[in-house]
Design a protein around this ligand. Structure first.
Ligand code: NAD
Length: 392
């Protein structure tokens, strides 16, 4: 099969297995080039392990600390006629490279919100791993089926308390226009918290702890984005931000449960805005990220998922110095994005940017390259005109 990108709105419906393998290898190379001076976890569970920040977490702990990893993901397997999803190919590539290094690496393609997924993970840990010393919670999902009631909750991306009009970018047509988003109802806020809040993270830790598969001193972290004024009305202060606030509550609840005999701890880690399958679906974010990339690249402070997660693991969670915590006890790895200098420059460009000057004022080119790379496209090492077996 000749595999080319097929973009529908903000998603690419095809993925290239060889390109995804190159993307995984580049992240491994980055981690292996780091001077790592601390000891890290040896048995890691990553929930949401196949793309974006979760994949970077798996690569960082495996190739940085030599950890055995178990991953949970929700991806589509390839068939003879259709490519698998990028997360499917990333995971195949990761598993093969980790095994070459003598590391245990297995992945379960299951709905992480279900009780069955927790049971299956516990069974795998008991059969193949020592007790888990790090649990990374990196899910991004538009819906959640409540594991007890069976009710399905859908999350929405809407402002809270006000209708918001903001510039946005259609990444497909490259048009900058204004979008007006109505304020969310109370029910929509509650549903979004149900999907992207801390409830499922708590259920995971409860199940793992009850099963006795967590090691003494276990750490767990869930990822969040906060941002500043430009994105606040549609992210930090919006429905998704309300769900993310619930992670702070969950972190406290988990820490108080784990701090007894296990001496464990839970942290919310704040990471910077990057191009992922999830962020490309959020209105306003692609335009903000295109401008941010330009400013941070010019400043020499640009980072992607692997750099962010490496900083989190090597300098913060398992570093020698004190944690960089904010008032809500969250670990901050996003601070270079939020300096006044960076934000003021982004804001100045924000007011000027139009469809006509998009490429001149922003790093939309960099945004697009990163977007295609998420699906394994745009790598010089890969011959995209060559026949390729979608079944890996
Ligand atoms: P992503 O879309 O790249 O990854 C989502 C992962 O969740 C994938 O591995 C997917 O397979 C898995 N998943 C989704 N639904 C699932 C289900 N029901 N069962 C099992 N697995 C499921 O997203 P991302 O951007 O890397 O986001 C990961 C986390 O990082 C999120 O909490 C997000 O809010 C946070 N974050 C993202 C950004 C950003 O700019 N992208 C910034 C800061 C924090």
């Amino acid at each position: 099969m000749i595999i080319k990108p097929k973009v529908r709105g903000f998603i690419c419906t095809t993925a290239h297995p060889e390109g995804c393998a190159v993307s995984v290898q580049e992240q491994i190379d980055y981690v292996e080039s780091q001077k790592i001076e601390t000891q890290g976890p040896k048995n890691v569970l990553v929930i949401g392990c196949s793309t974006g920040y979760g994949l970077a977490s798996r690569i960082t702990t495996a190739f940085g600390f030599g950890a055995n990893t178990l991953g949970v993901m929700f991806e589509k397997e390839a068939t003879e006629k259709r490519t698998g999803t990028a997360g499917w190919y990333n995971t195949k590539a990761f598993e093969s490279k980790a095994k070459d290094k003598g590391l245990y690496a297995e992945s379960l393609n299951l709905d992480a919100f279900a009780h069955d997924a927790k049971d299956a993970v516990i069974e795998k840990i008991r059969a193949n791993m020592d007790k888990i010393d790090l649990v990374v919670y990196s899910l991004a999902s538009p819906r959640r089926k409540d594991p007890d009631s069976g009710e399905i909750y859908n999350s929405v991306l809407k402002p809270v308390g006000e209708t918001v009009t903001r510039k946005t970018l259609n990444t497909d047509s490259q048009e900058v226009s204004e979008i007006t988003i109505e304020t969310a109802t109370e029910e929509e806020i509650a549903n979004t918290i149900n999907v992207m809040g801390g409830a499922d993270w708590e259920l995971w830790i409860e199940a793992l702890s009850k099963a006795g598969v967590l090691a003494e001193g276990v750490k767990t972290t869930a990822y969040t984005y906060i941002g500043k004024e430009l994105t606040w009305p549609i992210y930090g202060g919006a429905t998704i931000g309300k769900a993310k606030e619930d992670l702070d509550r969950a972190a406290q609840a988990i820490t108080s449960k784990l701090s007894g005999s296990l001496n464990g701890s839970a942290y919310v880690s704040v990471l910077k805005a990057i191009v992922t399958q999830s962020s490309s679906a959020i209105p306003v974010m692609p335009l903000y990220i295109s401008l941010l990339y330009r400013v941070m690249k010019e400043n020499g402070t640009h980072e992607g998922s692997i750099e962010q997660v490496s900083a989190l693991m090597f300098n913060e969670l398992f570093g020698d110095s004190e944690l960089t915590l904010d008032d809500s006890n969250r670990i901050r790895v996003d601070l270079k994005e939020l300096t006044d200098e960076v934000q003021n420059k982004v804001e100045a460009l924000w007011h000027q940017v139009t469809s006509e000057n998009l490429n001149e004022l922003s790093d939309f080119e960099g945004y697009q390259k990163d977007f295609f790379k998420l699906f394994g496209f745009g790598y010089d090492q890969v011959d995209y005109d060559a026949d390729c077996d979608p079944l890996v």
